[in-house]
Design a protein. Structure first.
Length: 161
């Protein structure tokens, strides 16, 4: 049993180390996965609309972090999706593009929508900047995958496999 798990982990790590971008997106996915349970522990409310509840905690005494259950679920789902999709360069590229744009759109909704996104996900100004950076990172890493993979392929072949 332990050998099977060790073998699966070894194969997984070998797969995600094919390109530096895959490894970077794995780290970003792990960041998202770790944020999910932490945010859920801070505030597990799944209410929305006029009854939306959120919790704000000061991290390091000066960084406000505002979350609710939907916010925690958002991070957990995007992180778990990344863990599955980073195994191949093509899927990692697609994840980087999709996740990057998704986080940028959420940041935009947060910047222009106030303290919530579409009246169900609690955010704050600091969180909006964090989401924008996370989205920008995901898109940059996707570009790294596309550019890096293209450099290693023969002319006339697909850039991202």
């Amino acid at each position: 049993m332990l050998d099977t798990a060790r073998g699966a982990l070894t194969r997984y790590l070998a797969d995600v180390r094919r390109t530096p971008g895959q490894l970077l997106l794995l780290l970003l996915s792990l960041w998202f996965v770790s944020n999910g349970p932490v945010a859920f522990a801070m505030c597990s409310s799944f209410s929305f609309g006029a009854h939306m509840k959120s919790c704000t905690v000061m991290v390091f005494g000066f960084i406000p972090v505002t979350v609710n259950g939907w916010h925690a679920l958002f991070h957990l789902v995007t992180g778990v999706a990344g863990l599955f999709l980073v195994r191949t360069p093509r899927k990692a590229f697609a994840y980087g593009i999709g996740c990057g744009w998704f986080y940028l759109v959420i940041a935009g909704f947060g910047f222009f929508g106030g303290d919530n996104v579409l009246r169900f996900m609690a955010v704050d100004t600091f969180g909006n900047y964090v989401h924008a950076v996370e989205g920008g990172l995901a898109l940059t890493i996707a570009a790294l995958i596309a550019f890096g993979t293209q450099l290693r392929t023969r002319p006339g072949t697909a850039a991202v496999r």
